[in-house]
Design a binder for this molecule. Structure first.
Ligand code: CU
Length: 276
């Protein structure tokens, strides 16, 4: 290689490094700017702070699963280290150490312990899934969610009175998407419906998502779920969590939690608007 070519290469590399660094910085800041990613909290095991009573159930299942998994991992690592330190092959001895094949107590132990562990996991998962999919049917606020390519239509019914629907178009900022207004400390029933493809209704702060599958008949519990909102106000991003076509990533919406008085006001303006 000629010296001139070498210097050209070096200067090219020198020029490329800052460019790559600038690009990395831009990517990092662009990701950080995405305003619909809730803050993950280490004290909650990286889950966002939840806004529903059901979120408590999910959070404790999550914590319990992590504690059990970490405890199992710790026991296994201690056993591996112990075996590799205290049970090394000794050079002087050529014969095999005592063999423990067909040792009934040990074989029973390593069959029963995993069985018990899986059963405990299964018990808590089944108990909590049961709790999360329960529907009382007496929620004062009911929301019909219609998912379509690529947005949402929310129709809220409060104590039997139906408000005009709120529907949206694909957007890149959830604040511009359709907004679902809900009162705090209230039971809300969701009924999910799709007429085209499978979508998934997801508000990260609910710590819950559910597929919206076309063809499920009305009144089928498979398309419903219920939450009780906590006393936490704010605007929370929601999205479709099932790849459903070209504008899937722009299928954004928001949920606004307001105190009951503000919610009553919202209902009044909505009804007045629809009466005109
Ligand atoms: Cu979708």
């Amino acid at each position: 290689m000629s010296p001139t070519r070498r210097t050209t290469r070096r200067s090219l590399a020198r020029r490329r490094v800052p460019r790559a660094a600038a690009l990395a910085l831009l990517l990092a800041t662009a990701t950080a700017c995405a305003n619909d990613v809730p803050e993950a909290d280490w004290s909650r095991g990286l889950l966002p702070g939840h806004i529903t009573e059901e979120g408590n159930v999910v959070q404790s299942l999550w914590n319990g699963a992590w504690i059990a998994a970490l405890a199992t991992g710790a026991v296994v690592i201690v056993l591996i280290v112990w075996a590799s330190i205290f049970h090394r092959k000794r050079r002087a001895k050529a014969e095999l150490p005592p063999q423990v094949r067909y040792n009934l107590p040990i074989e029973m132990l390593y069959t029963l312990i995993p069985l018990v562990m899986v059963s405990v996991f299964f018990f808590f998962t089944a108990r909590d899934s049961e709790r999360l999919t329960q529907i009382s049917g007496n929620a004062p606020v009911k929301v019909k969610v219609e998912a379509y390519q690529w947005s949402w239509r929310f129709t809220t019914t409060v104590n039997g009175k139906t408000l005009p629907p709120v529907s949206g178009v694909p957007v890149s900022d959830y604040n511009q998407g359709p907004q679902l207004v809900l009162p705090t400390k209230t039971k809300v029933e969701f009924d999910l419906q799709s007429d085209d493809v499978i979508h998934s209704f997801w508000v990260p702060e609910f710590l819950f998502k559910r597929d919206v599958i076309p063809g499920i008949p009305e009144d089928n519990p498979g398309r419903k779920f219920e939450i009780t909102t906590l006393d936490r106000t704010g605007v929370f991003a929601g999205r479709c969590a099932e790849l459903c076509g070209v504008d899937h990533s722009r299928m954004l919406f928001s949920v606004k939690l307001v105190p009951q008085a503000e919610f009553d006001q919202y209902i009044a303006t909505q009804q007045a608007g629809s009466a005109q």
